[in-house]
Design a protein around this ligand. Structure first.
Ligand code: CUK
Ligand code: CUA
Length: 625
């Protein structure tokens, strides 16, 4: 195997120079000695082969990073099934062009989606919704998993770069959004010389109103001006609590790779969200730009700091909820902390002073063990199997290490290609992981696939956990960038085959007689339908598939797809108007635009829908002023 050096610098490179860098841990013979697996005598090809007509066992909901989108894969085949557009427009589905999705995206043209989180009931994925945040433009979104469509996007004020939302509580009471960048509250101008006084790292508690499919900010917490990173919600005994890592407690404002890595310790923020919720109920907050803001130095209580080895990245709660495990990008160790010890330390006030008015718990009072597998470097994120064993990704030594959180013993390790960020285990963030598979989300593919030039795709590798040894059984290239993913049992997802035509929607039409074109002043409303293989905008007109307006008119095209057959989707594109929308079976969708170009513009169905799809056309005629 080729040796290679990832692009790390500064401290990390120093750390590396002294170490063997690509440890070639052979994963040994595949799980031949396994006793409890149906997979045991199958070849790897058979283990991932899903014959046509059969379905994958799991959905993998993968973040699309700076594509702004979410990617859906099937496991074990690792076939990509769908792109769900979330934070960026997508002409393939008309996302960002029709009225509703255009409003949701506002003026933003891209997003950076890091952490998908499936809604939970009693600590289990319930398969109903998927939440995500946008690090780039400070937004949060929710995707409906009956239709795999984004339903709501909100701006998160007072914050910049909400990073980890892989982070819903046991019954989806909250989605928490720590912020990666500290900014002045309200994102006002403040000199960086006043960083420590004027800047804050605001965490937001977001709730979801399922009935109206709306996200809402319940409250915010003005934490010190540090970088908040990964986080996880407690489970079972720790269900009212949540943890998140923070670095740059040095409060560096430039050259962070050096300056934010000076102190030997940073922190985990441990907070009781029930207590914070109660504070808000008691009116213990300040109103900041319409948000309920808790200032921990004034509205004291419910938040604690736990010292951790410098510059931590991931923190993950064990399925039984008894421990949280932090991984240090720069310190080559996983630190296991005990919730029980933390609760006792809080009760007995075993504090080591405070930072910015927040009590710091004594490290020894909360820490249970430091785990440092030999030559394993750059631990980032941890997942779990059905037996409570931990799997930690090693970014720098390019491997996944399996270890026992109860003893710290290293059990197995497998080399991955290359530099994994997160891994996603089957039902991995629930109170009862399945233990069957884990997918390594690798940042670099190097020469794994056919070359496409100097930049290569990222790579996901499927690892079989059923044998004695972890074994890579499939690899799949993926577009940028797989940060995190969640893997859910396929039978938990209940999609709808078609939309019911919404008869209460005044824009919906069910039959040709209801189609019409109405003019109110300079507004033109078209109530049309799409069916195989024509558009009908006004059945009574001489040419029912033609829309004629005047230059400068504001045009609303409401289109209902009356083909109530699964997968018969119509599109609607207008030549040279840069517009496209999609109408799925039974759906009514609206395209809104100003007819600012006079002329003759063919319009056509963009989704191949029948043998006569090419005939599914018409004209938009815009009469000059
Ligand atoms: S971060 Cu990307 S590898 Cu956003 Cu979860 Cu750790
Ligand atoms: Cu409708 Cu093509």
């Amino acid at each position: 195997m080729k040796k290679w050096v990832p692009a790390v610098s500064g401290l990390a490179a120093g750390l590396l120079a002294a170490t063997v860098f690509f440890a070639d841990f052979s994963s040994g013979p595949s799980g031949s000695a396994s006793t409890d697996t149906a997979n045991k005598n199958k070849s790897n090809a058979e283990k991932v082969y899903v014959p046509f007509g059969e379905k994958d066992e799991y959905y993998l909901m993968a973040s699309g990073g700076h594509s702004g989108q979410m990617f859906v894969y099937g496991v074990p085949s690792m076939r990509k099934i769908r792109t769900i557009p979330v934070f960026s427009p997508d002409s393939a589905t008309g996302y960002g062009y029709d009225q509703h999705t255009k409003e949701m995206l506002g003026n933003y043209t891209w997003g950076d989606l890091h952490h998908p989180a499936i809604s939970e009931t009693n600590g289990e994925y319930d398969g109903k919704y998927l939440f995500a945040t946008d690090v780039a433009n400070s937004r949060a979104a929710v995707v409906n998993l009956e239709t795999f469509t984004t339903r709501d996007i909100i701006d998160v004020p007072n914050t910049s770069g909400p990073h980890c939302a892989a982070f819903v509580t046991e019954n989806t009471e909250y989605m928490f959004l720590p912020t990666r960048f500290a900014v002045p509250i309200g994102s006002k101008y403040e000199s960086l010389d006043d960083y420590s006084e004027k800047y804050r790292g605001v965490m937001s508690a977001v709730t979801f109103d399922e009935k109206n499919e709306k996200l809402n900010i319940a409250y915010q917490v003005a934490l010190p001006p540090w970088s908040y990173d990964l986080s996880d919600a407690g489970k079972k005994m720790s269900k009212d609590w949540a943890v998140m890592t923070t670095y740059n407690t040095e409060e560096a404002t430039t050259n962070l790779e050096i300056n934010a890595s000076q102190a030997d310790r940073d922190y985990i923020v441990l907070f009781n969200w029930k207590e914070l919720e109660q504070k808000v109920k008691n009116g213990e907050y300040e109103d900041v730009d319409g948000q309920k803001m808790i200032f921990p130095e004034k509205q004291k209580g419910g938040i604690y700091l736990v010292p951790v080895a410098k510059s931590p990245h991931g923190v993950d709660v064990t399925p039984d909820g008894t421990r949280f495990i932090a991984s240090g990008k720069l310190a080559p160790a996983m630190t296991v902390f005990s919730f029980e010890k933390a609760f006792k330390a809080i009760e007995n006030k075993e504090f080591d002073g405070e930072r910015n008015g927040i009590p710091v718990l004594k490290y020894e009072s909360v820490m249970e063990r430091e785990v440092n597998p030999e030559n394993a470097l750059g631990p980032l994120h941890t997942q779990f199997d059905d037996k409570g064993m931990a799997y930690t990704t090693m970014f720098i030594s390019s491997e996944i290490v399996k270890w026992n959180p109860n003893t710290g013993e290293t059990l197995d390790r497998v080399a991955v290609q290359y530099s994994p960020g997160h891994a996603a285990a089957a039902e991995g963030d629930t109170v009862s992981p399945d233990g069957k598979y884990i997918v390594s989300l690798n940042k670099l593919a190097k020469d794994s696939y056919l070359s496409v030039g100097p930049s290569h795709p990222e790579s996901m590798q499927l690892i079989d956990l059923t044998g004695d040894k972890m074994e890579i059984i499939q690899s799949a290239p993926v577009d940028p960038e797989p940060h995190y993913a969640q893997m859910i049992k396929a039978d938990k997802i209940k999609t709808i085959p078609i939309y019911d035509i919404d008869k209460k929607n005044p824009a919906a039409v069910t039959k040709a007689e209801e189609t019409r074109i109405e003019r109110k002043g300079n507004e033109v409303h078209v109530y049309g339908l799409a069916m195989r293989s024509k558009f009908i905008f006004d059945a009574k007109a001489k040419r029912p598939d033609v829309i004629e307006v005047n230059e400068g008119d504001k045009v609303f095209i409401h289109l209902t797809n009356v083909d109530l057959d699964q997968d018969i989707t119509h599109g609607f594109g207008i030549n040279k108007y840069d517009l496209n929308m999609e109408v799925q079976p039974g759906q009514t969708n609206t395209l809104e635009f100003t007819a600012n170009k006079a002329g003759t513009f063919p319009l056509y169905c963009t989704n191949f829908c029948s043998a006569l799809h090419q005939e599914m056309t018409g004209y938009l005629l815009v009469k000059p002023k």
